[in-house]
Design a protein around this ligand. Sequence first.
Ligand SMILES: NC(=O)c1ccc[n+]([C@@H]2O[C@H](COP(=O)([O-])OP(=O)(O)OC[C@H]3O[C@@H](n4cnc5c(N)ncnc54)[C@H](O)[C@@H]3O)[C@@H](O)[C@H]2O)c1
Length: 335
Amino acid sequence: MKLLITGMAGFIGHAVARRLSGQGHEIVGIDNLNDYYDVSLKQARLDDLAGCPDVSFIKLDLVDRAGMAALFHEQRFDRVIHLAAQAGVRYSLENPHVYADSNLIGHLNVLEGCRQQQIEHLVYASSSSVYGMNAKTPFATSDNVDHPVSLYAATKKANELMTHTYSHLYELPTTGLRFFTVYGPWGRPDMAIFKFVKAMMAGQPIQVYNHGDMSRDFTYIDDIVEGIVRVLDVIPQPRSDRQSAVATPDSSTAPYALYNIGHGAPISLMAFIRALEVATGCEANCEYLPMQPGDVPRTWADTEALLQATGYRPQIGVDEGVKRFVEWYREFYKV
Ligand SMILES: NC(=O)c1ccc[n+]([C@@H]2O[C@H](COP(=O)([O-])OP(=O)(O)OC[C@H]3O[C@@H](n4cnc5c(N)ncnc54)[C@H](O)[C@@H]3O)[C@@H](O)[C@H]2O)c1
């Protein structure tokens, strides 16, 4: 197959490209290499892929409408894995417009490309943040998610809605994946694990929000990648039984699927920090702070639907995952 991976210089995009390389596909990745975080890390991920003869890279911004249309027209992809986006909850309070550009306009340009070229399957990134003020746990895709608490979350929910219209109007098969706090080697410098390890190794304090009363369904990168690869081959079909097909927010008559992809077991922030202390051999000097605006206190994925559809079972627990992250961090940054 010829595959497009958007956001290939990103944390998840790089890992997906690595996993799919050598499987007989032709992989084209795009990314705008923006400086939301250290561009040299994005470049290093691309360098890591440079030895893969079946992977090529094009620097392109999702927002470039003509460029995106030309890409789809010229390359004739079979399937698309759309991971490029402006990520990060907190930054969406500082720079909301970049979320509208990359996540709304950019997403529309991907949808249009998929429609024009009659792509077999679009798999795209959504987020656990769409659950917002949802108090029911574990979070299920059949839950109502009409109360996002950050613009980032709202753009991700908007992506699901926009995508549904394309699945409905043009019979474009699509699968949305709500990722739950992904971590592991090559991870993002703006995320807690990265910031904590960096600070702990430098003997600096770490900022612990909501006075430590948080929990996250931390999901190891390899498990996420496995889920993405499995889902790619499960192409949603249209359904005619309208009554039952529109009974819940995640179901449809259109060829449209939506899954949570998490570990399925929330870990308290303090337990996570203890795992980091073990893996780094450094004590955490915690600076306890109030809840950050836009943040949610806990996440917990109900992954039953993904298990039923693909056999997805996460393999890596937090102790092992954190150990692997710290090993990568030491080697990559030579510390
Ligand atoms: N990592 C997580 O825990 C997590 C959780 C929920 C959802 N997600 C979603 O998963 C996807 C991948 O996340 P990630 O953690 O790999 O983030 P990332 O920031 O490392 O990767 C995203 C990549 O997209 C690129 N990009 C951003 N805007 C672009 C644009 N306009 N045009 C072209 N490229 C652009 C960035 O340069 C970056 O390399 C994103 O859609 C993100 O919202 C991630």
